[in-house]
Ligand binder design. Structure first.
Ligand code: HH2
Length: 287
C-alpha cells in the first residue's frame, strides 16, 4: 500500500491525507456552467454562496470564472478576471478558509493569488507555459487534471483509450514531472483524473473504481464527479436531480481513496464523505 502523501499547507489549512477527506465547494461565477450557471454570477450572490458552503463544511472554495462544460468556448482572461477577482477579494475579507482559483490561464491565477487565493486548480495541467512558474513562485498547492483535448471538443467523436486508467496515470505522472521541472515542489502537487473531461460513462466509472492505481503516483487525489453527465446518463436525470447519484459517486470515490472531493452540494456530500471515510479507515493500513 502506498503511504499517505505528506501534509500540504493551504493558507491556514493543513491538509493531512489518509485520515481526512477534504471538501472543495464549487463556486462558479459564470453565466453558463452546466449545473449552476448564472446562480452565482453577481459578486454579492457568489460571496454569500461561498460563505454558505463554508457554513456547511467546505474546507476549500474553488472559484471559477470560465465554464468548461463540454462544448464551451472559453472566455478571455479580462472577462474571467472581472468575474472572479471581486469574489475572491470579498471572500478574503470575510473568511480565512482557503480559496482555490479554477483557471487554465497563468495571468488569471497570478492575479487571483494576489487577491488572496491560496491554491491553483488547473484543469489543463500546465498547458499555459507560464502556469508552472506562477505556482512555483507563489509556493501554493497545484491541482493538475487529465483532460482529453479541450472543453469545446472533448466529448466529440469516438472517445477511445486502450486502458483509460493506465493512460490517465501516465499523463498525470508526466504532468507532475513537468510541474517539478518548473520549480513546483512535488509535495504541493495534487492529481485529478478529470471525470467527464473527454471520457465515456464507462471510462468515468472505471477511473473511480481504479482510483487506487492513481494513488500509486504518491500524490493526493482530487475527484470531481458532482452532478456530471455520466450520473445523468445512468439515471436519466437533469443536473438539478443528480444529488443522490452524486452521493453514490462521492462515496465510491472516497472508498477507493479520494483525498479531496469537489462538489456543489457541500452539506450533503460532507456527510457522505465522512461515512465513506469511516468505512475506508477500518481497512488495515489505511488509517
Ligand atoms: N470539473 C469541472 C471544473 N473544474 N476541476 C477539477 N480539478 N476537477 C474537476 O472534475 C472539475 C474541475 C466542471 O464542473 P463545474 O465547475 O461544475 O462546471 P463548469 O465547468 O460548467 O463550470
Amino acid at each position: 500500500m502506498t503511504p499517505a502523501p505528506t501534509p500540504i499547507e493551504c493558507g491556514p489549512l493543513r491538509m493531512e491525507f489518509g485520515a481526512h477527506v477534504y471538501l472543495m465547494g464549487v463556486l462558479n461565477v459564470t453565466p453558463d456552467s452546466f449545473s449552476d450557471g448564472g446562480r452565482h454570477f453577481a459578486t454579492e450572490t457568489a460571496i454569500e454562496a461561498g460563505l454558505r458552503m463554508i457554513g456547511e463544511g467546505a474546507d476549500i472554495l474553488d472559484v471559477g470564472g470560465e465554464s468548461t462544460r463540454p462544448g464551451s468556448e472559453g472566455v478571455p482572461a479580462e472577462e474571467e478576471l472581472r468575474r472572479v477577482i471581486p469574489v475572491i477579494e470579498g471572500l478574503r475579507r470575510r473568511t480565512p478558509v482557503p480559496i482555490s482559483i479554477d483557471t487554465q490561464k497563468a495571468a488569471v491565477a497570478e492575479t487571483a493569488l494576489r487577491a488572496g487565493a491560496n491554491m491553483i486548480n488547473d484543469i489543463s495541467a500546465l498547458r499555459d507555459p507560464r502556469m508552472g512558474e506562477v505556482a512555483a513562485r507563489a509556493g501554493v498547492p497545484l491541482v493538475l487534471m487529465h483532460m482529453r483535448g479541450e472543453p469545446r471538443t472533448m466529448q466529440q467523436g469516438e472517445i477511445v483509450y486502450g486502458d483509460v486508467t493506465a493512460e490517465v496515470a501516465e499523463f498525470l505522472s508526466q504532468a507532475v514531472e513537468r510541474a517539478v521541472s518548473c520549480g513546483v515542489s512535488r509535495e504541493r502537487v495534487i492529481v485529478d483524473p478529470g471525470i467527464g473531461f473527454g471520457k465515456t460513462v464507462e471510462h468515468n466509472l472505471e477511473l473511480i473504481d481504479r482510483l487506487g492505481e492513481l494513488k500509486r503516483l504518491g500524490r493526493p487525489v482530487l475527484v470531481g464527479p458532482s452532478r456530471k453527465t455520466f450520473i445523468g446518463k445512468i439515471l436519466d436525470r437533469p443536473p438539478g436531480e443528480r444529488l443522490f447519484g452524486t452521493a453514490a459517486a462521492v462515496a465510491a470515490s472516497v472508498l477507493r481513496g479520494a483525498d479531496i472531493v469537489r462538489v456543489h452540494d457541500v452539506c450533503e456530500m460532507q456527510q457522505v464523505a465522512r461515512v465513506a471515510l469511516a468505512v475506508r479507515r477500518r481497512r488495515v493500513g489505511d488509517r
